[in-house]
Design a binder for this molecule. Structure first.
Ligand SMILES: Nc1ncnc2c1ncn2[C@@H]1O[C@H](COP(=O)(O)OP(=O)(O)O)[C@@H](O)[C@H]1O
Ligand SMILES: [Mg+2]
Length: 244
């Protein structure tokens, strides 16, 4: 099944039109790369419903979701800014992924604690975001994602501010949770690091000027594509030659 299908999806801003056609298979992990301002976040926002397209359709899990509110879509999303509420504890921040705060019951709290344990945050249930490191806060955000069990996960550079070692550790955590899941979520991940794509993604899409220029297997694009714009983005003049 196709988890995400964008057909002729357009978004216009100050006279410039972005247009996306994309299909992501169920359980696939797609990495999005491209220059700053290329439209990577816009693409994710169109999938999540934070932006409504001017034309085209957004189908998720086979259902036309073009007009649906973000909260009703089968999606969880993580951003660089982790969207935690400063006045809530870690446990509450996780549990509100599935229940409104006013109704947080014991069962939801218990499930939140077990999700916190899954991301290595046993004993953090009563801490507030201000008493946690950036990495710990992103683990809380990830625990919320786990609890929501939505089939599609959109990652808009959530670990970009954490530094290389911690970023790799967080992606490895996402990958291990995914392998353990009976129905692995479909992931679309924006990254500026080719190594993130190489290490974790099945497929790569290269965006430029509001369009998807190329898609293909990660290593094929990164190592063998002769596309001059991709090479320029990667900071290379020409494709690496065989045998070098
Ligand atoms: N609603 C909007 N507000 C501000 N800028 C927008 C909006 N819609 C589109 N844009 C434009 O879209 C471009 C791409 O933005 P974005 O999707 O955030 O790029 P990326 O995530 O690839 O860096 C920006 O340069 C901006 O000019
Ligand atoms: Mg962006």
């Amino acid at each position: 099944m196709t988890a995400i299908e964008l057909r002729g999806v357009t978004h216009r801003y100050e006279g410039v039109e972005m247009r996306f056609d994309l299909a992501v298979g169920a359980g696939e992990w797609l990495a999005l790369i491209g220059p700053s301002g290329a439209g990577k976040s816009t693409l994710l926002d169109l999938v999540a419903g934070f932006l409504r397209p001017e034309s085209g359709t957004v189908r998720l899990q086979g259902v036309d979701r073009t007009r649906d509110e973000p909260a009703t879509r089968p999606i969880s999303m993580m951003f660089q800014d982790n969207n935690l509420f400063a006045h809530l504890t870690a446990e509450e921040n996780v549990a509100i992924g599935i229940e409104p705060r006013a109704r947080l019951g014991r069962a939801a709290r218990e499930r939140a604690r077990s999700a916190l344990a899954e991301v290595g945050l046993e004993g953090f249930a009563k801490r507030r975001p201000s008493d946690m490191s950036g990495g710990e806060r992103q683990r809380v955000a990830l625990a919320r994602v786990i609890l929501r069990e939505r089939p599609i996960l959109l990652l808009d550079e959530p670990f970009a501010a954490l530094g290389p070692a911690l970023r790799a550790e967080m992606l490895a955590l996402v990958a291990s949770l995914r392998t353990r899941s009976p129905r692995p979520p479909t992931i679309v991940m924006v990254t500026h690091h080719p190594d993130d794509a190489r290490g974790f993604a099945d497929r790569l899409a290269f965006l430029e000027d509001g369009h998807i220029r190329l898609t293909g297997p990660v290593a094929e694009l990164l190592d063998r594509s002769a596309d001059s714009r991709l090479r320029a983005y990667l900071g290379e003049r020409a494709p690496p030659r065989e045998g070098l």
